[in-house]
Design a protein around this ligand. Structure first.
Ligand code: NAI
Length: 249
């Protein structure tokens, strides 16, 4: 089912992990994809694989999402090359964990710059194009940590909570222009980010998950694909938790 045929999508942080799975899922459903990442070689390789695997147009770009000028240039380039932008997935994100009293200013700042400011720069640049087109779907990858908090992650929780608030505001601002904006809030996902967790922490997290396993990146990608396409045309300003049931209600 190629429900994204003819759509052009941007996925940030698309070189690996959840972003890469999202780009693959969108490509599998017929979308052309522009992926960006700070990992220059990896993002180029990932784009090449998408083209050969799914036969779609896929391009990789070296972009730091925390740099407003780079984001602006990238978005204009993609709009020029692809002709339109129909789907934006703000996925790039980082952690710099530490307990509150040990948290350094620069680690707090950096996490906001990438996770929150990056999302803002992209929503502004792509939102403008979508508003002119009078259509588009923006999906921001938040986290359940932005809803429930987590010890050792004040910086990350603050950034993801802010992404959720930003999502709702963008949704309200752009709804009349035919643009939707939703967030996906994953729980714990098997990626490089969670590979850093030690075994005891992992076991503690596992006890919180009613469905009894960490998510695979594809579990998140499928939800993003739904929000990207017209099957979700009446959904905006929502936060979909994809967490095996940790957060309910
Ligand atoms: P990851 O670390 O495997 O992938 C993140 C990607 O973003 C990497 O390719 C990285 O190079 C890229 N990136 C980092 N900083 C960037 C920047 N300044 N500019 C452009 N690209 C940049 O992480 P993962 O797990 O795939 O996470 C993806 C998103 O999902 C993040 O927003 C993360 O906060 C979120 N998330 C992840 C969860 C997990 O359990 N892995 C749970 C909840 C949310």
């Amino acid at each position: 089912m190629a429900h994204l045929n003819g759509k052009n999508a941007i996925v940030t942080g698309g070189a690996r992990g959840i972003g890469r799975a999202i780009a693959a899922e969108l490509a599998a459903h017929g979308a052309s994809v522009a992926i960006c990442d700070v990992l220059e070689d990896e993002v180029a390789a990932a784009a090449g694989e998408l083209t050969s695997e799914y036969g779609v147009t896929a391009k990789g770009y070296a972009v730091d999402v925390s740099d407003s000028a780079q984001v602006g240039d990238f978005v204009s380039a993609v709009n020029g090359e692809f002709g339109s932008i129909n789907v934006l997935v703000n996925n790039a994100g980082i952690t710099r964990d530490n307990l509150l009293f040990r948290m350094k200013d620069e680690d707090f700042d950096l996490v906001q710059k990438v996770n929150l400011y990056g999302t803002f720069y992209f929503c502004r640049a792509v939102g403008r194009i979508m508003a002119k087109q009078r259509s588009g779907s923006i999906i921001n990858v938040a986290s359940i940590i932005g809803l429930i908090g987590n010890p050792g992650q004040v910086n990350y929780a603050a950034s993801k909570g802010a992404v959720i608030a930003l999502t709702k505001s963008v949704a309200k601002e752009l709804a009349a222009r035919g643009v939707r904006c939703n967030a996906v809030a994953p729980g714990f996902v098997e990626t490089a980010m969670t590979a850093e967790l030690d075994e005891t922490v992992r076991e503690q997290y596992m006890k919180l998950i009613p469905l009894g396993r960490f998510a695979e990146p594809e579990d998140i990608a499928k939800t993003v694909s739904f929000l990207a396409g017209d099957d979700s045309v009446y959904i905006t300003g929502q936060v979909l938790t994809v967490d095996g049931g940790i957060v309910m209600g």
